[in-house]
Design a protein around this ligand. Structure first.
Ligand code: 8IG
Length: 282
């Protein structure tokens, strides 16, 4: 019997997203020949960072592992990589593409990579993104450590009575390590909007009133799923543009990509130096 689509269930969630993640982790283990310690999600502008981390020991298109989708956004890298960090021996699973909430596949699809990483042994998750900045002094190309978030999507990856504590979503310990690498690194609160439209100036002012310094279309849902799975989370944004209304210029995706390209080498180096300092229990 097939069920008619229902307006009460606009997306068809998989029967058990945790089981789907276990299956993906098994496929990943088989393909990569190893489990992992640290998962690294590369957002807009962060694509080059993986190359500095260490030796790539395995690489494949993301959609060769169950539940992963080919990337929907131009400018995003769509591969999964396994890298060994020379200094610590940590095995880093690099998720080179994301499924964004605005693609309409639901929150489970958005966090599948994070849940798979958790099922593949990762106890640490590093989330990166490109975003708009509310702080006028943050020029495009400024990296900002995420201190906390506002989930403004109206959605959650959690189902049922899962009362996950989100007091320290973004690990104070990992933020401390980031600050040891760059004491000047600013911190901010990231607001995840649904997208895919950028915000109106009024929405950016709203986010500011609510305490946000950064606006974007990712990260918060993934961080929630990671905390549910008990992972320690580090979040770093690249401000690729002033949020709408902060500067007189309108936003363009091409400008966003260019800011990412320009900042690439600098933020790749920053990220590599942070990940190299994350000790993993082996
Ligand atoms: I890159 O200004 C990037 N992603 N919501 N707003 C939102 N997402 C973004 C922005 C932005 N820049």
């Amino acid at each position: 019997m097939s069920l008619a689509p229902s307006i009460l269930s606009p997306v068809d969630p998989p029967a058990d997203p945790y089981r789907a993640a276990e299956e993906a982790a098994a496929a990943l283990r088989e393909a990569a020949g190893t489990d992992h310690d640290i998962a690294l999600v590369l957002g807009s502008g962060w694509g080059g960072a993986a190359d500095l981390l260490g030796e790539t020991v395995w690489e494949a298109p993301a959609d060769t592992i169950p539940g992963f989708r080919a990337p929907a956004v131009a400018g995003h890298v769509g591969t999964l990589r396994s890298i060994r960090v020379a200094s610590t021996g940590a095995r880093v699973l690099v998720l080179g593409s994301r499924t964004h909430f605005y693609e309409g596949h639901g929150a489970d699809a958005v966090v599948h990579g994070v849940r798979t990483a958790a099922a593949a042994g990762c106890r640490t998750l590093v989330l990166t993104n490109g975003c708009g900045g509310l702080e006028p002094s943050w020029a495009p190309g400024t990296p900002v450590l995420i201190r906390d978030h506002l989930n403004l999507t109206g959605a959650t990856p959690l189902r049922g009575a899962r009362f996950v504590d989100l007091t320290d979503v973004y690990s104070p310990r990992l933020r401390q390590i980031a600050h040891e690498v760059d004491p000047q690194l600013p911190e901010g609160v990231y607001a995840q909007f649904h997208g895919p439209a950028y915000e109106t100036p009024a929405e950016v002012r709203m986010a500011g009133v609510l305490g946000a310094h950064l606006v974007g279309m990712s990260t918060a849902l993934e961080a929630i799923a990671a905390r549910e799975a008990g992972m320690e989370v580090l979040g770093i944004s690249l401000v690729t543009n002033h949020a709408a209304g902060i500067s007189p210029q309108p936003l363009s995706h091409e400008e966003v990509l260019q800011a990412g390209r320009d900042a690439g080498p600098r933020i790749s180096d920053l990220l590599a130096r942070i990940v190299e300092r994350i000790e993993v229990a082996r």
